[in-house]
Ligand binder design. Structure first.
Ligand SMILES: [Zn+2]
Length: 487
């Protein structure tokens, strides 16, 4: 109960306001320094390293492995392809950060904090989840029943250890490097299964070459779709994300880190696209579709990389902020109180600053602690978003007047992530450091009759969201993070 000293230290070290913070956590000084003072010269040496560590669960033990996403009680029966934690470490000017991707539905924030505690010499560590639905439940809500957690805590501990191991191995592997940036928009590669149709169909990549001989040492890729694993699947798989990674690794003879961007609002493969492409194959099974789409994404990555241009990634600057988000979802609250959604909650008082946060108790409104960050790596501007964000909030492509029937037609539009980030070369990393569910525009919130688009029932989405204010809290916080680094 009560005052949580360490959390507060962590939260304020980032804004660098409270001098006490420096006494609590030495890294504070760095963040203050980093955000407000330090600006090493452009062109400063950059080092990069890549490595991976296996996070596949063991299936022989007595304990059942519940697969996350889709239905309850999906028990893993075999391993189709192994799961990994893949890390990229960047070092410059005496500072180092790690960007990690795990083949999981969404590693929770408390796990990321534990990972960071083991990597205390790093200035920042972000852990993104690809959001494969065919990996062990690490959230808790896909167990055998509504009242049983699907989490095996020993497995989560193993994941945390392996994430740390992958980062340390990447750190060992660092070499002097130069970077290139590429982006390519291809709407034919995405489908939107919720109205209105708004996509982020831009693939964004970094390619690194060794300074010594210009050979490629790694690729960091962000694409924005859900997996395509079939509903009744019982095989552990990285889904198409893994195919894309393997394909790019093979084609370029290098390590690859894949990150999922704005997949909220039901981003998937275009309706019928894979069926059409597989029509000639007599015995096509769902894993053929996974294979095919993964390769198509790799092809798109290569088309983008053909036009890659040099990018300066130093100096490394990070501004991250811990915040509280109100849990305005009775389903989530009930699951949390039942211990199924295994997360600590705080009392929601209307203030997202966790400074005076107290643990939840009684029937009052609750909030979860999570994090938003802005990374300015030289010319590259990165937003980390702790869940599945709708592309509308990335670009602000809304219908000019609110759709008739929505619950909050008067709601003001959230400032978009694209508008909040300065510069032109950007990346939007979703499911970053957390999975708090869908993040949708308040003006599209639609759970009460009448429904928008003349529908007779609600569209799918809100049931998996913290609430209609989530997007505003996250975007306002991102703007504060950007502000903290502005020259
Ligand atoms: Zn999903």
């Amino acid at each position: 109960m009560g005052y949580r000293k360490l959390d507060i230290g962590w939260a304020t070290r980032i804004t660098g306001i409270d001098p006490m913070t420096k006494l609590i956590l030495p890294r504070t000084i760095f963040f203050l320094f980093l955000a407000c003072v330090s600006r090493s010269a452009a062109g400063e040496n950059l080092e990069v390293g890549f490595a991976s560590a296996d996070i596949t669960p063991t299936l022989e033990s007595e304990t059942k492995v519940y697969l996350a996403g889709l239905e309850l009680n999906r028990v893993a029966k075999e391993v189709n392809d192994r799961l990994f934690s893949r890390a990229m470490v960047l070092e410059s000017g005496g500072h180092k950060i790690a960007l990690v991707s795990v083949d999981l539905i969404g590693l929770q924030y408390p796990s990321v904090l534990k990972v960071r505690a083991s990597l205390a010499d790093f200035d920042y560590v972000a852990v993104m989840s690809t959001h494969t639905h065919a990996a062990p439940d690490v959230v808790g809500i896909w167990g055998s029943s509504r009242s049983e957690s699907g989490i095996d805590t020993r497995y989560v501990q193993q994941v945390e250890d392996q994430v740390v191991r992958s980062v340390r191995a990447a750190e060992e592997a660092t070499v002097r490097a130069v970077a290139e940036y590429a982006a390519l928009n291809d709407e034919s590669m995405l489908g939107d299964f919720r109205l209105p149709h708004v996509l982020d169909s831009t693939i964004r990549l970094l390619r690194f070459r060794r300074a010594s001989d210009k050979s490629i040492c790694g690729i960091f890729v962000q694409w924005n779709a859900h997996g395509i694993e079939p509903r009744d699947n019982s095989r552990i798989t990285r889904d198409f994300f893994g195919v894309t990674v393997d394909e790019l690794a093979r084609r370029h003879d290098c390590e690859v880190v894949y990150v999922t961007g704005a997949n909220g609002g039901l981003m998937g493969t275009p309706d019928g696209m894979l069926r059409k492409l597989l029509a000639d194959k007599d015995d096509a099974d769902p894993f053929d579709a996974i294979e095919l789409y993964g390769k198509l994404v790799a092809d798109m990555a290569d088309r983008a990389l053909a036009e890659a241009t040099p990018i300066e990634l130093a100096p490394l600057e990070v501004s991250a902020k811990k915040i509280l988000i109100p849990m305005d979802n009775p389903g989530f609250t009930a699951l949390r109180r039942a211990g199924v959604l295994s997360r600590e909650a705080y009392r929601w008082t209307g203030d997202r600053d966790p400074k005076d946060a107290r643990q939840a108790g009684g029937d009052g409104p609750e909030a979860l602690a999570t994090e938003v960050a802005y990374l300015r790596l030289g010319e590259l501007h990165i937003a980390t978003i702790p869940g599945e964000i709708y592309p509308e909030i990335i670009y602000g492509e809304y219908p000019s007047t609110p759709e008739e029937g929505v619950d909050f037609p008067e709601a003001s539009l959230e400032r978009t992530i694209d508008a909040i980030l300065p510069g032109v070369k950007k990346m939007f990393l979703g499911l970053a450091n957390d999975e708090i569910g869908y993040i949708l525009p308040k003006r599209q919130w639609d759970v009460t009759e009448p429904f928008a688009y003349g529908r007779t029932s609600a569209q799918y989405g809100e049931v998996n969201s913290m609430g209609p204010e989530t997007a505003r809290h996250l975007t306002e916080t991102l703007a504060e993070c950007v502000e903290a680094i502005q020259p």
